[in-house]
Design a protein around this ligand. Sequence first.
Ligand SMILES: Cc1ncc(COP(=O)(O)O)c(C=O)c1O
Length: 492
Amino acid sequence: MNRVCENPDLVGLPPIRSDRELPERIVHPREPRGNAVRALVQQLEPKTQRTYTPTLAVLSKSAGIFHWTPDGRQLYDFTSGVLVANLGHNPELWLERFWHYLGWSLPQRLTGQPDGPPTNHFLPAAPLTSYNALTELEAEASRRLLELVRSRPGGKRLEQVLWAASGSEAIIKALWAALARDRHRDIILATRYGFHGKKGLAGATTGCETDRERDPRVRFISFPMNECRDVSLRDQPFDPTPYQRELDALVAQYGQRITALITEPYLGGGGSYHPPKAYLQLLQQYCREHDWVLILDEVQSAFGRTGKWFAFEQYEIEPDIVVLGKGLANGVPGAVAVGSSDLFAALDYAEGSDTYSGNPLTCAGVLATLDCFAAQDILGNVRKVSPIIEEELVRLKDLPFVGYVRGEPGGMVWGVEMWDWAGRSASDWANAFVLECYLGDGPTGIHLLGPLAKKVIRIAPPLVITPEQARTAMDLMYRWASRLLQACTVCP
Ligand SMILES: Cc1ncc(COP(=O)(O)O)c(C=O)c1O
């Protein structure tokens, strides 16, 4: 592996400007190469360092459920990227299929058969861009995706696709389609504290009323966060009354102006809240009664996260548009809105076009991903490993700063909420938890995302994690989290 930057002093570059919005510079012990990368990135792209993380792991290689750092540390990946690498990192079968679809082979000069100056060489393979043109890959990826979604219970309204370059763009296109069907119907309902992206209408339907730059067309509705704050509440009866009242009030105020309702099946970025089925079914009932387009944002929940192919199966609903991203191509960027042909017909020709949507790389990634799911019992593995992880997460509640555990029953995504304790805030405990797991025991650690909603630890390993790997990793997590108590000087 090449060294990216030898010199963390960044000779010749301007000094880091002091900026109170920047998180503190992160430096870890015995990580000279990682620290050099962190220093360089913090200087050159200080505002593009994703969302806050106390670790800022530097990754050099990944395979299966593991990452390796340039300093030789091995990390269990409990993030799957950010719920992207459902099949694990770089599965050989996936790579083999991906290369096959793209028609890639090693150039002869790399296989040791010199045959002329390299600059004249081009590989006859799938184009990497296909704007104003079509590829068989795109047609095949659309066909197979539709075949899949329509074969699942609840997928029968999904008839056509709108490709996009990222999850938020696919959300925007889905919302455009809903708005295009009648320009007098301009109000969109969105579940409060949802996350649909940061750009345009996706950003407008994210968060809540008090966030910056609100779009007057968006109204937020309550999500039953309290009712699902912990796995122990899963079987409690659900009282729909307050939610019905709220929806009725919106109907009374806006009537036919409401055109669509968008929600995630569970609030992901908002803190991993997995609602009772009856809640999503109630939303669907209002959509049907009032002719609202039901847009289900499955950017992170699809492709096995909930233990089913799609969350709409898990929650027994039938959306009008489903938005897929992240795990769709196991790491190759791309997303898609899948919806009813009537809805998409309302968009003008090419209204949803852009340079990269439906590009051959994405489509090859989608096809390779579908091939891998067909060849392996990924969902069967999720069913086997899910209870092992969940039991261990619930054990973490022995620690006084661990408050709640939430998750998808039989799935592979949880949130562990920290509490204020011993004079330290929940957010401090959450950051300390993430950092302690990262530092682990030196050569080994666990990679976690920076806390959701500042205090919730996201647990989302690749769906291919084995029972043994899950037991070992969870054992380590418990041990390292317990160390926080031993090291705490202010704790009773
Ligand atoms: C549920 C959900 N919707 C939309 C998005 C936005 O996707 P992207 O980051 O690809 O734009 C995300 C990203 O985290 C997400 O979790």
